[in-house]
Design a binder for this molecule. Structure first.
Ligand code: 1GP
Length: 246
């Protein structure tokens, strides 16, 4: 378990709109992942977000909220991740909604716990692409230019390559990582088990596992160990830090 996002290698992204049994949540919390991010493209409410945080808080795990709507700005997370979609022309998803939220929330924010994410959405079929009007870049050069925009021009701490729902082009992801100067590269999309987790963990700084939690829980859990193997760190060395009895 790593406290700061600058060290996270593995994330489980939980969708508060989806059902998750206590048993499944227990397994996820004991998996040795570095962090849980609560987020999603639709159906996020204050109530379902705070209810899920409350359940996670029974465990000594790091919890982040990826803010997708101002209706679900729940207090008490360890981190607040603020996405801006770079490959859309709809300003509301780049800075528009963000500015509106800050009109009210700015005085209450602990900026040491807030991090911006520069998103490039590469699956045009995804809910996120439909919602935000993201236009999928056609070439690696276009993706690298978005990476430079996030990393070198705006100095955003996280560049997020989002393939949500499908497994992406790892050759592209690897080349993006090589070009980044300071930003951390998050990769998410289609990681459904250890083999894809291994490939993604070799290509990106941080991998995000979402849908598999709800479609193939054991495959999702196995992604944690796959990442530790890539890093040469035995899983027991990570999960052993958690004060669980079994
Ligand atoms: C979604 O990047 C995450 O925002 C994870 O993608 O749901 O395809 O695992 P999947």
């Amino acid at each position: 378990m790593q406290e700061s996002f600058t060290h996270w290698r593995h994330i489980f992204k939980l969708d508060p709109e989806k059902d998750l049994s206590d048993d499944a949540l227990d397994k996820l919390c004991r998996s040795g992942t570095d962090a849980f991010v609560i987020g999603g493209s639709s159906g996020i409410t204050y109530d379902n977000t705070s209810a899920l945080l409350e359940r996670l808080r029974r465990y000594p795990v790091v919890c982040a909220l990826e803010i997708s709507t101002d209706e679900a700005l729940v207090q008490g997370f360890d981190w607040y991740l603020v996405p801006s979609v770079l490959n859309t022309s709809r300003g509301e998803w780049i800075t528009g909604r963000h500015q509106q939220v800050l009109r009210d929330a700015e005085p209450y924010m602990d900026w040491s716990r807030v991090a911006a994410e520069g998103y490039v959405i590469l699956n045009e079929q995804s809910t996120a692409a439909g919602l935000t009007g993201a236009v999928t870049p056609e070439s690696l050069e276009d993706v690298l230019a978005y990476a430079a925009l996030a990393d070198k021009l705006f100095r955003v701490p996280i560049f997020y390559v989002e393939y949500s729902g499908v497994f992406g082009n790892m050759a592209w992801v690897r080349q993006v990582k090589e070009r980044l100067a300071s930003a951390r590269l998050f990769y998410g999309g289609g990681i459904d088990g250890p083999e894809r987790a291994r490939q993604a963990a070799q290509a990106a700084h941080t991998i995000v596992v979402g849908n598999a939690i709800y479609q193939n829980l054991s495959g999702a859990i196995a992604t944690v160990e796959a990442v530790r193997r890539v890093d040469g760190v035995p899983l027991s060395a990570c999960s052993g830090t958690l004060p669980f009895s079994s």
